[in-house]
Design a protein around this ligand. Sequence first.
Ligand code: NAD
Length: 511
Amino acid sequence: STFDKHHDVFETLGIQKTNNKGVFDGEWSGSGPIVPSINPVNNQVIAEVVTGTTADLDRALDRVAEAQKIWVEMPIPKRGHVLLAMRDALVKNLQPLGKLVALEMGKILPEGVGEVQEYIDILEYALGLSRMMQGAIIPSERPGHIMLETWNPLGTVGVISAFNFPVAVYGWNSALALVTGNGVLWKPSPTTPLCALAITRILEQTLRQHNLPPALCSLVTGGTDVGVSLTADKRTHVLSFTGSTQVGREVGKVVQGRFGKSILELGGNNAIVVMDDCDIDLAARAILFAAVGTAGQRCTTTRRLIVHESVYDSLIERLIKAYGQVKVGDPLDDGVLCGPLHTEAAVSTYKQVLDSVIKQGGEVLCGGQVLTEGEFEHGNFVVPTLTKVRPDMDIIKNEAFVPILHTMTFKTLDEAIAINNGVAQGLSSSIFTTNPANMFKWIGPKGSDCGIINVNIPTNGAEIGGAFGGEKETGGGRESGSDSWKQYCRRGTCTINYSGALPLAQGINFG
Ligand code: NAD
């Protein structure tokens, strides 16, 4: 079994084959259904987790709030030291954690390790922030007055995460939530509970070593019921949701209904525009990574390729050749670039999308097969695929979380931008060009309407220093770098009068 084969990984990370407790609120427990974690390479059970219930969540929310009261007393640079210790613990466990991500989610090992590295990076960023979270001092129109802004924690940040980044999404949120003085409650994807257990255990150990209440980083694994309760609960001051647009739309309404704050990181439908003046080799290499990496299961995966008609044939020829060399297989094997899809349901989605492409008048240029023979027999393996479509086809309007890249042509940059912007989602976008005029148009007011607007790099693979997130049906949230930390805070506008008199604003004379 997967568990026996990778026993060292599970032992290092404190995971058993059965009876893993899936709730942490200072102590480990769990009174919900027993849920298996499945290896997408062979659809066999890796290990079982006793998940949480809404009653477990109710208790955990109180425990987080108690822990936060202690945490918030700690000077911010001291909090930074605790985050540094968390970072060191992750560095020590980088390889086993990366392997666990590969085993449970199905992404290739370098991407699994890379995902844990993102968590390490954001903890370093948060350490820096712990000395730099500055507020503004604002000129006052009144004599003897000063105005300033304060940024204080909101309390508890609830994190609901998707299956495709079972570590990094929580990492981004927890690092910033903690440094700003909040407690965190995590509801991970029901299909990646083991990653959540392993991470939470590492945080628990670090908090205990610092004599801090470990409930500060609480965990309730479980399904929709736990997610729904966490969303509706007033004790969740910020709800950071990463997942599909369909679920995010409901989550956003519920949080708004109770005047909570939400950060929504929803689906993408990302495009690359290829201009006739670009470096075609560079573009082809970027497109391969952007469309095939993580087997097409990144929110930033390139799904639409918009190519100038004069370079379409030569680019497609290169891509077909490159796609032909992509090794599909076990994500832990050397040289494999494309692992399995996370679930069997995604294989059905893959087939449905290809059927629709044909029905709507498109064609499959390469790939298009589900792999079922030999080592692929029991897993969720498909061949990365290129199609040729027209920009007005319905099939390219929705995000399908599979490695299918729809290609199409354009004549002018304005037309390419209109195609890029012509979908409901607005996460990531890239242009390949060597012409500065094209670059500046692309990033300007008449350019890409996405949250991530790249030039000569893929749509995926963001660095943690920038704010990450998207517009329109991607939800509008921003996480990670820049000033994203402010979303985990309440802003206070403070006016201090040291004049001894009472001059009023706008020169008003009252009585
Ligand atoms: P999903 O929407 O099915 O599930 C996400 C999470 O929501 C899970 O933890 C799930 O248990 C929980 N959930 C389900 N119903 C809920 C409800 N009614 N209330 C509260 N929580 C509920 O998404 P998924 O299939 O796990 O992930 C894939 C999707 O996530 C894709 O659309 C992808 O683009 C998106 N995603 C976006 C980003 C981003 O930053 N924009 C990053 C990663 C993934």
